[in-house]
Design a protein around this ligand. Sequence first.
Ligand code: SF4
Length: 501
Amino acid sequence: MKILLLEHPRSVAPERCNDIANTPLSSCLQSGYAAGMLKEKGHDVEIVEGYLDKLSYAAIMERVRIVQPDILGVHLVYHWQNDHALFDFLDTMKRDGQVSSITAYGFYATISYKNILKQRHAVDSVIVGELEKPFADLADAASFKNFTPCIPGLAIRDGLGGIGLQKPEPVADLDSLPFPVRTEAMNRLSEVNLLGSRGCYGKCTFCYINSFYGTGNPWRGRSPENIAREIDAIIRESGLRDFYFTDPNFFGPGRVGQDRALEIAALLKPRNIRFGIEGRVNDIHDETISALVDAGLRHILIGLESGKDESLRRMNKMTTVSQNEKALAILRKHGIEPNVGFIMFEPDSTPEDLRINLEFLKKNDLLKNLAVTANVLYHHQIVLEGTQAYQDLKKENRLSLGPSSYEGTAYFKNPQVAGLADIMRQTTNILFNRMDGIWSGKTIELRGMQERYARVNRLFVKVFEDGLTSLEAGARLEKDRIASLVRETEKEMDEMLKITA
Ligand code: SF4
């Protein structure tokens, strides 16, 4: 079978430029893993990097016309809005007979498969959850001209107006999977993405990692030896030595998880590489971090989420503020300033919660770097289908749904908190647009800018704190007041960032 896997072009609405990723980072190797499995089964597979290679749909159409694939697989990524260009492209490919069948996969496709099959007629099937086995089974069936077989993990129309899905079967042994196929575009990234484990043993209410992988399979790790073998193969083929583990949670649970991390560190140390990871604060322990740093760990993302225990409980984070502080101390002791996940504005936040968060951020030196400050003082809880928060808020009639039911906007319990959240969203969006060139590495930073960024940083802390103080004093943040505060902040920020000859 000829199979073309498409990483489609992605667009981000300017007002969502500051929102966290619209697909978990761990999804970035999905096409690569599918291609690895399909190649092993003898199929002819090509990945088209529409996103990383910045291809137009015209260029992608041309490629499809040349390849004439039996199956076009699309890694469907949510775009914060309706992606007309993508679905028009799929319609055209199907109508013109350029592809026999289209199957979609990925987090968005998995969570929203019913809507996709109901609304998008060009899509014949959706792979729900892990894709290697269902995709291989689909390709086998397609060899006999059956493009919509009844197989576990493949959602299809049942012919009676409904959608049929046999329960997906998660991969029990990750070492049994072929290594993912890597494209030139992937190797141009500053770090090579790796996936050392799947799932997470946490159950945070705002997260849908485990809805994707399915219940009963909360965390599975590859063996340290299998990971080392893949790293060796990458070094041999590309010479690259900077890696990033895209695992939602690098550490497995408990002592066993720590021992596995120590084994990984022991195997990576002689390989002279550098790498980054993501993890939960309760898994940050001195001995393990010391060994990982010695083996090349250079950066880490940890989910602090809040400076208040009650909020952490509300999010079912299963961590505490003291664990947050301990993790920060351990990482800093080993020379690592972590990237942090932080949800300043939860749908249930009160001014008191915001104050406690602010004091936590100040106390723990998390408001000194402009990029960090802009994130931690702004982040709203994003409410996506497949999360516990989505279900709860929907039940309470506190969710407004946009063009798709995939994402909801939560109504804040406290309207004044909503006002401050709006100010922070608008002002940080302006900042992110101004800083886009610098923070994306496209523009070279001019001399002397650091002092200006420090002033803008202080401005943002002040805007947040002044807004909060006025809420605490009972002031109302009406629309006009919000608009004028945003205008004033924008003016001050532009003055501070202005470059004089
Ligand atoms: S710890 Fe992270 S990956 Fe795990 S459930 Fe919570 S948010 Fe998701």
